[in-house]
Each structure stands twice: as structure tokens, then as C-alpha cells.
Design a protein around this ligand. Structure first.
Ligand SMILES: Nc1ncnc2c1ncn2[C@@H]1O[C@H](COP(=O)(O)OP(=O)(O)OP(=O)(O)O)[C@@H](O)[C@H]1O
Ligand SMILES: [Mg+2]
Length: 398
């Protein structure tokens, strides 16, 4: 057998969702799992347990894999360089990955590439944060440069008085990243993939809706986006991939800012399949999970055409229903075209446990498609049909 072995560090839902793509192509997927109960364990055959912060555990895992890639960006950069020095094929390269690991490194790179950043500064203490706020205006967004996810590690500082309360963060990490709070019309995501040989492909720019710092819904493609803005955002993502030497999937999170500059600012980068790309599983010729595997293996990339005029992805987080499957008869009957993805995780409040994809037949239906996807996701989360009209009002976008 000459089929490749792909090693994924981290056993979350992203690693789990690579499994069907690997199976279809005949590749072997192995996952370095954080524990026996993580999401990918029930979907992948070989899931040794080990600490991704421990170099020896990473070295043992890398033995016998053709390429090492990631479910998250939290592996220490120095460990990745050590693995490379020992001959491991690490994709993306740590020199690229560091831009997804460290938001200060990322901001400096975006500036160097002359792509649109919000106003930002590295701030070493409360005084520097206050100085930044006084210069750019309050509120300010304060971020931990490393280790954040799902809005953890992001906080809004409303005033100089409020800045003093952030001293605990400076004790934990310094410097921190301060950014102007952007008045955006919506959040967008530009998703691309690139191979080590430099082939790259983009999916259309999508509209992403965040609730409490967590991706809640994606509308693909972003409706009514000016053609020049969509093209510039796609170009920016392809350029970032090429200039930073990214391999695999790259998500560029954007703030849409109509009438300002190119019409968008860059929020952050992720170098792995991303929540804003889950719609591709059922809504694109090639899913982001398959594309990531192809890309890290330096294989030709798949077509990124969209399979309908509009695709909606709706996440569901842990709620009151512990027995998700008990809700399936009602949920699946509510919308036969919905594709349900469950992550095999135990239910905890606020934890991402699954999502629903729904391909629409006309952009005029977007309100109905969003409402149906939300209905199915809500039935699984709550274990019952909504009592009345959904509280959430569906507006035409943006
Ligand atoms: N400068 C900003 N101005 C306005 N809103 C912001 C800014 N930075 C972040 N946000 C809001 O906070 C959310 C989370 O921020 P960010 O993407 O930096 O954090 P994260 O925790 O790393 O996210 P992820 O879950 O994508 O890894 C953004 O999606 C956006 O809604
Ligand atoms: Mg983000």
C-alpha cells in the first residue's frame, strides 16, 4: 500500500470531519488526541493520546506519518521547528503557522503586506493601553495574542477607567494586542487553500454571524457583496497564503466596512479547516476538509464551485437537551434537505456540538433557508420544537 498517512495534532471536531474525506480517498488518518473522549476518537481508528505541548509525545506521534497537520494552532512553534529539524513534514510550515498562533505577529505581517488592518498596537501595560485608547478613541478591543479561541482572550475596554481592570491580563501575558473597535456592517470570511508547490484555490467570500464571540451562522456566498470588495478580499487571502507560505486551508476573517478603504479590514487568520467553511461539506464540489488533506499532501486541489445559489450553515451549542439523538425524528422531519453534523461530544452549555447545512434553490429564499436551518439546529439543541415564533428575527442581509 502506498497510500499516505496523515497525522493530525488535536482531536476536536475539525480532525473528526477530516475522516470522511480521508476514507473516501483511501488515506489513513491518525489523530494525536488530548484524551479518550475527544470528538475525533469515535471517527478515527488510530488516536494515540498525548500532550501536544510535549515534544516527546509529538515526536512519537510523528513517526510513520507522511505529513503532520493540525486541528488547532496551539502547538508550541519551537516544537514544530524541532520536528522539522528531525525530518518531519510539517504542513503548514511553522514560519507560516506562527501568523495564526500569534495575533501580534499576524498584525505586523498584514501591515508589511500593506493589507488593511484596523488601528492596532502592542501594549505592554495598562498605561500603554490607556495611551492607545486616548489616541484612537474608546472603546478598544484588547486581545491575548496567543491561546485565544471562540472569543476567549478578547475583551472590550470601554474607557480609561475600564483599562485598569485589565491588569490581570497583563500579568498573564505581555505585550497584549490592542485594536480599534471596528464599526463593521457584517463579518466576512475568505477561505482559500494552497499547496506547497503553490497551487491555490478560493471559495467565494461568505457572511459570518458571531454570537458572543462564537461563529453562529454562515451564509455562502455573502449576499449583495459589491463585486470589487469580494474580489479584493479573495485576492488578499490568496496573497496572504502565497506571501506567508501557507499550506492547507487558510481562513481570513474580515470586517466589512462599506465606503472605507477597500471595503474591509482583516480580523485574523486560521490555518486549518475553519468554522466559516463547514458549509463546503454539503455546499461545494470540494469540502474544506478534503481540500486541506489534498493541499498538505501537495496534491492537485479540488474545484470550489458552490452547489446552489445560497448555502446556510447553522451551528448548535450545548443547551438543555442531553440526549441529542432523541430529537432526531423531529429534527430530520422538520427539513428533509438539511444535513446534520454532530461532533460526538458530550453536551455542555455553550460548547460547539454540531451544525446544520442547508443548500437553497434561490437567493430569494435566504430568509426561509436560514429559518429552516435554525429550526433543525434548535430542535436538536433543545430536544423539542420551538414553543412559538423564533425570538431571532431574520432580516434581509446585510
Ligand atoms: N477590532 C475589533 N472590532 C470589533 N469587533 C471585534 C474586533 N476584534 C474582534 N471582534 C469581535 O470579536 C470576535 C472574536 O475575535 P477574534 O476573531 O479575534 O477572536 P478569537 O477568539 O481568536 O476567534 P476565533 O473563535 O475565530 O478563533 C470577532 O469575530 C468579532 O466579532
Ligand atoms: Mg476569530
Amino acid at each position: 500500500m502506498t497510500f499516505p498517512v496523515i497525522g493530525v495534532v488535536g482531536g476536536g471536531q475539525l480532525a473528526r470531519m477530516m475522516a470522511p474525506a480521508a476514507t473516501a480517498l483511501g488515506f489513513e488518518l491518525r489523530v494525536l488526541a488530548e484524551g479518550p473522549d475527544v470528538s475525533a476518537v469515535s471517527a478515527v481508528r488510530k488516536t494515540p493520546i498525548g500532550d501536544y505541548q510535549n515534544l516527546a509525545a509529538l515526536q512519537a506521534f510523528a513517526e510513520g506519518v507522511d505529513v503532520l497537520t493540525f486541528d488547532h494552532e496551539h502547538v508550541p512553534t519551537a516544537h514544530l521547528r524541532a520536528l522539522q529539524d528531525a525530518g518531519v513534514n510539517v504542513q503548514p510550515d511553522p514560519d507560516a503557522l506562527v501568523h495564526a498562533q500569534d495575533k501580534l505577529v499576524m498584525r505586523a505581517a498584514i501591515e508589511r503586506l500593506e493589507l488593511p488592518n484596523p488601528a492596532w498596537a502592542a501594549v505592554a501595560d495598562v498605561e500603554a493601553l490607556v495611551a492607545f485608547g486616548e489616541a484612537t478613541g474608546w472603546p478598544v478591543v484588547l486581545k491575548m495574542p496567543r491561546g485565544g479561541y471562540d472569543g476567549k482572550g478578547v475583551r472590550i475596554i470601554d474607557s480609561a477607567a475600564d483599562a485598569a481592570a485589565a491588569s490581570d491580563w497583563f500579568t498573564a501575558m505581555s505585550p497584549l494586542l490592542a485594536e480599534a473597535k471596528v464599526e463593521f456592517s457584517r463579518e466576512l470570511s475568505a477561505l482559500v487553500a494552497r499547496t506547497p508547490d503553490g497551487e491555490s484555490r478560493a471559495w467565494p467570500v461568505v457572511h459570518t454571524i458571531q454570537v458572543d464571540g462564537v461563529c453562529d451562522e454562515v451564509i455562502a456566498p455573502a449576499l449583495d457583496i459589491p463585486l470589487d470588495v469580494a474580489a479584493a478580499a479573495e485576492d488578499a487571502a490568496l496573497r496572504i497564503a502565497a506571501e506567508l507560505g501557507v499550506t492547507g486551508v487558510l481562513a481570513v476573517e474580515l470586517f466589512e466596512t462599506p465606503g472605507m478603504g477597500q471595503g474591509f479590514l482583516i480580523n485574523e487568520l486560521a490555518m486549518r479547516p475553519h468554522n466559516t467553511g463547514h458549509w463546503t461539506q454539503d455546499g461545494s464540489v470540494t469540502s474544506q476538509f478534503e481540500q486541506h488533506l489534498r493541499a498538505v499532501l501537495n496534491l492537485p486541489l479540488g474545484a470550489t464551485d458552490v452547489l446552489g445559489p445560497v448555502v446556510v450553515m447553522k451551528n448548535f451549542l450545548g443547551g438543555e437537551n442531553q440526549d441529542l439523538f432523541a430529537a432526531f425524528p423531529l429534527a430530520l422531519a422538520a427539513e428533509p434537505a438539511a444535513k446534520v453534523h454532530c461532533y460526538g461530544k458530550s453536551v455542555r452549555p455553550g460548547r460547539k456540538i454540531g451544525h446544520v447545512n442547508l443548500v437553497g434553490t434561490s437567493t430569494a429564499d435566504v430568509v426561509a433557508i436560514r429559518s429552516q436551518a435554525t429550526l433543525v439546529a434548535g430542535i436538536i439543541r433543545d430536544g423539542r420544537a420551538p414553543a412559538e415564533e423564533p425570538a431571532h428575527e431574520f432580516k434581509e442581509t446585510p
